[in-house]
Design a protein around this ligand. Sequence first.
Ligand SMILES: NC(=O)c1ccc[n+]([C@@H]2O[C@H](COP(=O)([O-])OP(=O)(O)OC[C@H]3O[C@@H](n4cnc5c(N)ncnc54)[C@H](O)[C@@H]3O)[C@@H](O)[C@H]2O)c1
Length: 349
Amino acid sequence: MGKPLVKVIVNGYGVIGKRVADALLKQEDMRLVGVSDVVADWRIKLAVAKGFNIYSSLPDKLDDMRRGGIPVSGTLEELLRSGGVDVVVDCTPAKVGAKNKTLYEKYGVKAVFQGGEKHEVAGTSFVAQRNYEEALGKQFVRVVSCNTTAICRVVGGIHEKLKVRKARVVIIRRAVDVWESSHTGIMNTVVPELQVPSHHGPDAKTVIHDLDIVTMAAKGSHNLYHLHMAMIELNSSVRLDDVVGVLNEEPRVVLVSGSDGIEGLNSIFELARDLGRSRGDLYEIPVWGDSISVASDGREVYLMWATPNESNVIPENIDAIRAITELETRREVSIAKTDKSLNIIKKLY
Ligand SMILES: NC(=O)c1ccc[n+]([C@@H]2O[C@H](COP(=O)([O-])OP(=O)(O)OC[C@H]3O[C@@H](n4cnc5c(N)ncnc54)[C@H](O)[C@@H]3O)[C@@H](O)[C@H]2O)c1
């Protein structure tokens, strides 16, 4: 007989939570117990229409949610107390997860936190391709932010195979997520983050401990994806083919080309929609092959990529569940299972 299905609840049904919930439905070794939130808006009503069991994350929101027309099954705490959950994927807004940790500790359930929480909340930060083994059997793990995940995949892949001496990455962030752009965001400007380095570099080091990396960031006035530009010094001399070869082998990284008309973040967004995936989500990091250049002495590499912020961390959440529950101890097996279930590919077109 195989291992029993791991029972998972998603707490916080927003940009990340709803994608994690849908990804969970595609896993043969996991079962989505339900989703939990504190509001009764159209997003939660859509979750009801999908047949999900709905829980109230805060007891004092239960009546409001019911009055708002949601058939709430009970509170999250009651569910955890009943023993009906093995793992909570906490997708609540930044810093709320830290408060929820006490509840997860009280009932001895495992939890996957997101990048809006500090590393210390979980004690282990996670990108499947880089440090799957570090999370094995842990009670808590934190899937790092979309930006850090992209850096760990691209720069981390180059570091693993070609040895990075130091990496410098500039990030132009999207202003706001699409669903919230009716009430916040910036227009017609670029706003630098004046704290240098930005938090992304130190965050990447929570996953790749020996990486010398500094990041700088600015907020753009668009809402489609982040753009990353990297300058990477290597310990030894390499050729362009070496870098392309590494990226071709790296899971969840794909090459795209300006000469094919992939001119900007908008083209990638359109391509993602044309792939016909749920919500047009792109789980891979598209690196512009035409942007990859190597300095004449072969010791410095330059490249640019897009970071599909709403979706690139979704496969990492699935792998994080497999790692902490030890459903699968081999990283390559978990990554392959997740990639197959989400149709993650190495060539987008
Ligand atoms: N949006 C992105 O592009 C992105 C990318 C990677 C990681 N993250 C991280 O993922 C986490 C979630 O971000 P998001 O963008 O999905 O947020 P979101 O605002 O889209 O969704 C959060 C959800 O949590 C609910 N919520 C609020 N308070 C709650 C509580 N006390 N208990 C339960 N639910 C509560 C909200 O109603 C909402 O549905 C954050 O840590 C964020 O930093 C976000």
